[in-house]
Design a protein around this ligand. Structure first.
Ligand SMILES: CC(C)(COP(=O)(O)OP(=O)(O)OC[C@H]1O[C@@H](n2cnc3c(N)ncnc32)[C@H](O)[C@@H]1OP(=O)(O)O)[C@@H](O)C(=O)NCCC(=O)NCCS
Length: 191
């Protein structure tokens, strides 16, 4: 597999996960500018301030890479579509698209963090990733001092592996054996 036509979005009562789109710049700039202090420790891309034009370029790059099947960066949006709650994504590394093994990344905006949203989104990403997406293995990597990130992975039943080449803490879930693969999928998958 070197090209994938993925589902565009999944909707749950609390949030929508969808591809970034043209004109997402203002939403993205507002969320990241309001979250810089929260993001800077662990998100190397965090900037003290982004203009809407900077963020529009990022949103278009995310959409372009999605359409080329190179990377799948996902917006976490409020149900009314007006607020960006954070970002996530399925990120192939090296040849891992062919192996159907991708890494999940995530950030939650500062004023929504620590309230259960990150673990709820990760649970949906795993269920969606093993249903509408073709992934066989989903990986989560956390810096050794990123306790919130490690606890998020453990909270959704990912198992820890101990062979990360860069010394990160590494967690994974496998299609078929992840404990959350139960029938009650709490989101409606739409294309
Ligand atoms: C990591 C992150 C995505 C988690 O999302 P969140 O919405 O804050 O997480 P939740 O509220 O669902 O909490 C999940 C777990 O983390 C714990 N947690 C949340 N914030 C924490 C904090 N600041 N310190 C320690 N533990 C924390 C929660 O207690 C919970 O663990 P529990 O189930 O054992 O009680 C979010 O905090 C974030 O955006 N951090 C900055 C960016 C980042 O580090 N991304 C991860 C890169 S791998």
């Amino acid at each position: 597999m070197d090209y994938l036509i993925p589902p565009e979005r999944v909707e749950t009562p609390g949030f929508v996960l969808r591809s970034y789109e043209v004109n997402d710049g203002p939403l993205l700039a507002e969320a990241t500018n309001a979250s810089y202090e929260h993001l800077r420790a662990f998100m190397p891309w965090a900037r003290p301030h982004s203009t809407e034009a900077d963020a529009e370029r990022d949103a278009r790059r995310f959409r372009g890479r999605w359409l080329l099947s190179q990377d799948f960066t996902i917006a976490i949006v409020s149900p009314d579509g007006r607020r960006l709650l954070g970002g996530t994504g399925f990120h192939p590394r090296n040849d891992s698209l062919a192996a159907r093994r991708v890494e999940i990344g995530m950030w939650i905006r500062a004023d929504e963090a620590g309230r259960g949203l990150g673990s709820a989104v990760l649970r949906v990403m795993l269920r969606w990733g093993f249903s509408a997406w073709p992934w066989e293995e989903l990986i989560w990597r956390a810096a050794v001092n990123n306790v919130a990130s490690q606890r998020t992975a453990l909270a959704v039943g990912m198992e820890e592996e101990h062979d990360d080449p860069e010394g990160m803490r590494r967690f994974r879930a496998l299609r078929g054996s992840w404990p959350g693969s139960t029938p009650s999928f709490e989101g409606e998958v739409t294309r």
